[in-house]
Design a protein. Sequence first.
Length: 437
Amino acid sequence: MSDTLRLLLALLELGPRLKGLLGDKWPPYAEELQELAGRAGEGEDPGKLRQSLDLLLVRLLAEPPAVELIERLMEDMAAPVAIKETVTRRGGVSSVVPDIVQPHTDQAGVVTIPVFYGTDRARGDDAPATYFGGARGTLSFGVAEVSVPTRGRDLGELTGPSWWRLEFSPNPSKHMILKSVGPLSRDAFVVSLKDSLAAADLHDVLIFVHGYNVTFEDAARRAGQLAVDLKFAGRTLLYSWASAADTKKYTVDESTIDWSRDHFEAFLQLALCEVGAGKVHVIAHSMGNRAVINTLEWVKSWQLPAGAAKLGQIIFAAPDIDRDRFVQLVAKFKGCAARLTLYASSRDVALLASKFVHGYPRAGDAGEALTVVDGVDTIDASLVDTSLVGLRHSYFGEKRSILNDMFNLIAQQLAPDQRFDLQAAGDAVRKYWSYRP
């Protein structure tokens, strides 16, 4: 019998005792154990089963009532199956580093992406979808698992259950699902990401920073979707600031993204200096650009250690930041990365609303307000933003042309004049790029 199966059986035997210790917190763990038992019975690859089991153990070790029982179980096993390295426990967060966490694909074509996250959201309840809420907390770290179907899903589609299709629960073969959230101490997070990155085909990381009115769940799902659709061979990171995820709380989010800037700076420096990355790429969307841009203002003054990663591609997608302020800050940080790219659209309703509120154009506007500044490649995405409904604000992650362009930018490192879908526009003074009609 394999070590993985022995550990799974041991956990199932401990079920009644864990239920007594955890009370109302136990049912989600019980359901996950039953699912793992079913997968084992169907003969799933032990390596894939083990990854899921390790993440479950990490979450159980974050539950104080269960810590002693789980640690005793692991000590009794013939080998320390879920432990790779132990570091100091901090504040009840797991100090156990799981075996190398990597993406994997099952027989149904569903890809599971580990999303290494940093967040300053306050803790919610134990369900993955509400593990973090919209209130402010302290900076914390962990690994979230996102499953992405690759069959029957269009490029850029962020699939979920639809009531009009009579879909009342998520189906992994059809929908993108946040499967689990595993908190880690900072030290354990660094070790886990470093080892996972060392085992990757590409030793780069991609950080996604979401925008206004976004939950942790949807931010993680978007990060997983981008990893798959951009065919990113490195490791995917998410910085999730404490958006209230409420359309009526725009000004609350504005205040929070400014408060969050220092936390994002710490997360970016961790990615640059501590995980063994070659390059760090960043995709920031909407209001999330404010944390990124206001951090880049100081990047040239950072004293990074020898061997630190380089900033690769920085993508400002539909940035909801004052255009004139953006131009001021670019003058300070241009040249800090391999390439800076701005995607803008004249059909972005969300940014038109923001312009109305603030009285000045946003950096993500196009048309007469298009931002063209030295050191940044400006892409006018208006022609490909053909959504018939919605705010046309998430085109960066939904449109095939833009995803293809970002793939050529990040994976191929191509300049705009080398990317087939783009054509030069403007004049010698204000040169920018647009999509071919």
